[in-house]
Design a protein around this ligand. Sequence first.
Ligand SMILES: Cc1cc2nc3c(=O)[nH]c(=O)nc-3n(C[C@H](O)[C@H](O)[C@H](O)COP(=O)(O)OP(=O)(O)OC[C@H]3O[C@@H](n4cnc5c(N)ncnc54)[C@H](O)[C@@H]3O)c2cc1C
Length: 389
Amino acid sequence: MDFSLSVEETAVRDWVRTFVQRELMPLEQEVLRRERAGEPGLTGEELHDLQAKARESGFWGVQTPESYGGMGLSAVMTALLEAELGRTFVPFYFGGAADNILFQASDEQQAEYLLPTIEGKRRSCFAITEPGAGSDAKAIRTTARKEGSEWVINGEKTFITGGNEADFAMVFAVTDPEKGAEGGVTCFLVDRDMGWRSEYIDTMGEWGPASLIFSDVRVPERQILGAEGNGFQLAMQWIGRGRYLLPARAIGSCERLLSMAIEHANTRETFGAPIAERQAIQWMIADSGVELEALRWLVLQAAWQVDAGMDSRHAQSMAKLYGGVRANEIVDRVMQIHGGMGYTRELPVERWYRELRLLRIYEGTDEIQRRTIARNLLKGHAKVGGVLG
Ligand SMILES: Cc1cc2nc3c(=O)[nH]c(=O)nc-3n(C[C@H](O)[C@H](O)[C@H](O)COP(=O)(O)OP(=O)(O)OC[C@H]3O[C@@H](n4cnc5c(N)ncnc54)[C@H](O)[C@@H]3O)c2cc1C
């Protein structure tokens, strides 16, 4: 068993680490100031310039296949890269990416949606959740009714990331109520100018998703992504594209937070000694260190399963669940170690505290991950001893 990184993995990791230190961390104070003033941390132009800078060194389309001009990096390399990006809260992501399900689009749709999305000229959003259907995605009620050569969409989607900025949505609607999720849900590519509107949802995070309202929105037949009736499978494929990537980012955030806590513990004195000398503080540092390492290996193991072409869903659920729960424990301890300063907006700890909370909710809540993990174990779909057992 070899836990060391390859030369290529080390090179990718080091490049991103340097990029984060040189290009992103210097922006942190300004990003904090803007977000606290209710403005985006980075303007679209700044994000674009940073992405262009990364592109000059080849960092573009991290998981986009090379045939589409991307890097086509492995899951393990992408997890390492995400962890590095997680070390800062500057809202940066590499350019050149597109939703995995758009690669299944027809040639005509690829030219209209996929390629401009990869180039950053168009912005998509993924819309399945509704006011009455979140964890239970099969309960969606948005309908698409066929009228001649058109489909007429009616319904409301909610909590849609990027829904305010997107110029087209991948919308999941019931086309055959009898069949429901078993062949009766279809995915449509719907441009904003076809008639849907969005409403911003204020959240405890620094950015908000949106509700999308469809009221008799008419779309031609050619807007169906994939085939009529296979929408639910496409939705599951989108959600399953990389659950390991969300906790991967949290690894970097927790590394940075724990480093802040260590520095503060070593320098803050109470009762004549640094608080680092108190067992209460040491235990918080120790537990956080252990959990961080456990999270790292859960994430990398899930990514390794993806690269090996194994059914990685169980491992990904474990990484997502553990990452959400432990990252929140860690940021809470780091806030505790900082005392009153941790609670202020002078430090980014409270910002991470709010941001990391989302990890326990979106793309499958803690409870839904536990449900999946328990089912797999109880029904024998996954072995108690894991892949080595
Ligand atoms: C910031 C943000 C961004 C999002 N982005 C998107 C997006 O881009 N696209 C999109 O389609 N959706 C998006 N979502 C929606 C997100 O995936 C859902 O909020 C999530 O799946 C939970 O659904 P819900 O909010 O309806 O909660 P519910 O499903 O109503 O759950 C409420 C509570 O009950 C628990 N629960 C539910 N069922 C069970 C069960 N069987 N057993 C035990 N406990 C259960 C849940 O875990 C939760 O604690 C986003 C949400 C947020 C907050």
